[in-house]
Design a protein around this ligand. Sequence first.
Ligand code: SAH
Ligand code: SF4
Length: 360
Amino acid sequence: MKPIAEILGKTSLDRGDLIRVLEADEGECGPLLARAAVVKRSGVGGRVYLRGLIEYSNICSKDCLYCGIRSGNAAASRYEMTEEETLAAARLALERRFGSIVIQAGERDDAQFVARMERILRRIRALGGGALHVTLSLGEQSPDTYRRWLDAGAHRYLLRIEASSPDLYRKLHPEDARHSQASRLEALGALREAGYQVGTGVMIGAPFQTAADLADDLLFFRDLDVDMIGMGPYIEHPDTPLYTHALELLPPRKRLELSLRMVALLRVMMPDINIAATTAMQAIDPEGRERAIRAGANVVMPNLTPARYRHDYLLYENKPCLDQEPEESVELLEARIRESGGSIAYGEWGDSGRFLARKS
Ligand code: SAH
Ligand code: SF4
């Protein structure tokens, strides 16, 4: 078998190379982390950008088999933040000089929701005179809705493909027209067309997933020429259909290791994109996000959701920091990033270098 260092010396990694690295023993992976650190420094620099995460609502019309807030979960107690609460969270991001926020929620495409989000976006833009950049993560919408939200002030959109393999996608979702991989791909195209910085991603260590699937996911990101990626470990939720497969999964720590390896590989493959250190990494290891930063990530999303809603935005079990008020979480995070040798880029939008290069 080829040593990892020799594989990383190639100008372009192929599917076989990626599978080899993903399946390597932990002891073999030192050269991968070292290479990712070098590529990261020249591709995006040493600074970490903050996105204040606002978990706007757990009301969802879809039924993804892995997700704790799927519409079929009658045990979830549903909420939607008010406009004022959402504006207050955005104001907190401004005060903290985050430069950017992410508004995430279950998927809804009714006219009332689309119009309310449009209004919120306009108010956020007015609030900071455009000082805050906004990422949306609100699922599949029509090209018209994507355009309206962009016109109202959104800049980036995160829509994970979840699995680039059609076969795996089918196993993770109900088999109906509302959960088709083809429409998700179409939505990614519509976002690019509209002019967003486009982000996607996958869950790592999901039931039925193989190293070859993950290698194909990395190649999919490269072929799509994405601007940003958010990916993290799959974590089971007891009130979901896929929970019956919980015993077949890799142990959580291995899922985190695999996620860090995916981050490092992707950084080597795509030097100038934004890669997030995701909350699910922190759910497995309190140091998970800091480890992701060392592996190649350059974006962290401190949670700005009011504490009283956090217990209800449970995509998976053991979600961290449920009882912290937004202010506390942020202080903890700042200290941790400093400790792990990173520095925070306060007050900066942190647009994807890949996106800016494509535009120029
Ligand atoms: N409804 C939107 C955004 C909210 S869900 C959407 O689906 O795009 C955001 C992400 O949470 C999903 O893309 C999925 O990758 C992740 N997620 C859902 N359930 C999860 C689980 N059990 N473990 C890890 N990540 C999960
Ligand atoms: Fe809804 Fe997103 Fe969860 Fe799917 S992953 S059920 S679309 S919130």
